[in-house]
Design a protein around this ligand. Structure first.
Ligand code: SF4
Length: 376
């Protein structure tokens, strides 16, 4: 792709932002605007806006109810392979990590999917590590076709060409998540030491290629804590905003992962050992600020909250700003119907199953939604 102006615009705006220059009055003015501009998003992400969290939460809640009602969508991830050709310093699947690697056979996938379907879930996110050699597009396509018999299917895999996204869409996938990890090109180059993922621009443009390939929706996000989280959140917000502007039919959503301990050296230790990645701390208060700012900036965009966060925090953001939540999560390869075939990507915080998650949503006066659209 050579015809997209999005990347230059996002990078220029993120680079230029001076978060320390915003006052509480600037943040309040942004909060009171009916339709927020990109500069308002920067104001709401600034340190000055932290004193307005209560007000931001009140307005975010009203916006969430206006666009999503009481609905909270449920889904679960299924890792079908954990081979990877990249050396990302913060991830358990890093190709230099000596962890158990594996990928599911068609029979094993079927068993895992049957197990997930029996919990009542109707939406699945298929994940792999990023290895075209070990989990090629055909392999992923076969998994998508199988999953489509039971579920609405999204994929979180390595970035593809437009024609490859079109192929996965034909197989039944209609949603693509790709996280830029950090939008700062220098930090990006430093934490992605080797592998195809070093191609920053190719990754940045993945959502556009997915939409051009026919996908219904895409997710954007940064791994908060890798770089300056305010700047990364601003860039992710602008990325989503420009995607929506250029592809108005698309369903855009945010994810807000924070750095977590990741698996390493399982073979040496004989069990999963979790190391702590180096990164700038992002507390729950700061994470909440980012989520509220996203909600106010793009009130109609979905926000997913992952099991990287503890149960209490996840429950707290439901209804305020988050509209989608995972349940019954495992982050190793398989691990539901079968013994885990490969080690997990990171350590989860909230192990609740579908029944417990559904009860937690109801307890907050919200409605768990297993499928929010039908194929015709
Ligand atoms: S973050 Fe993705 S690309 Fe990087 S090591 Fe992990 S699975 Fe591989």
């Amino acid at each position: 792709m050579t015809d997209s102006p999005l990347m230059a615009e996002v990078l220029a705006a993120a680079r230029a932002a001076d978060f320390a220059s915003f006052t509480a009055a600037d943040a309040r003015a942004a909060l009171e605007r009916e339709t927020l501009r990109p500069a308002d998003l920067a104001a709401l992400l600034s340190p000055a806006a932290l004193s307005l969290l209560e007000d931001m939460a009140r307005r975010a809640r009203a916006a969430t109810i206006k666009y999503f009602g009481n609905a909270v969508a449920l889904f679960t991830p299924l890792y079908i392979a954990n081979y990877c050709e990249n050396e990302c310093v913060y991830c358990g699947f890093n190709c230099r990590n000596k962890i158990r690697r594996g990928r599911l056979s068609p029979e094993e996938m079927a068993a895992e999917m049957e197990n997930i379907a029996s919990t009542g879930l109707k939406e699945i996110l298929l994940l792999t590590g990023e290895s075209r050699r070990q989990s090629g597009v055909d392999y992923i396509g076969a998994a998508v076709a199988m999953a489509r018999r039971y579920f609405t299917v999204g994929v979180e895999i390595y970035p593809l060409d437009t024609a490859e996204y079109a192929y996965l869409h034909e197989q039944g996938a209609d949603f693509v998540s790709v996280y830029q990890e950090t939008y700062d090109p220098e930090i990006y180059a430093a934490v992605h030491r080797r592998g195809p993922k070093r191609a920053y621009a190719y990754r940045f443009q993945a959502q556009e290629r997915a939409l051009r390939g026919g996908m219904r929706g895409v997710a954007v996000g940064a791994l908060l804590g890798l770089g300056d989280y305010r700047r990364d959140a601003l860039a992710a917000g602008l990325h989503a905003f420009l995607l929506q502007k250029h592809y108005p039919h698309a369903e855009i959503s945010f994810s807000v992962p924070r750095l977590r301990p990741y698996a390493r050296d399982t073979l040496k230790e004989g069990r999963a050992v979790f190391g702590h990645p180096a990164g700038r701390g992002v507390g729950e208060r700061e994470l909440l600020q980012v989520m509220l700012a996203f909600r106010l900036f793009m009130p109609f965009a979905g926000i997913t909250i992952s099991t990287r966060e503890r149960a209490g925090f996840r429950d707290h953001v439901l209804g305020l700003c988050a509209t989608k939540i995972s349940a019954g999560v495992t982050v190793g390869v398989g691990g539901r119907a079968l013994a885990e075939k490969g080690d997990g990507q990171f350590e989860i915080s909230d192990p609740r199953g579908v029944g417990a998650m559904r009860a937690a949503i109801r307890a907050r006066g919200l409605q768990p939604v297993f499928r929010d659209h039908l194929y015709v």
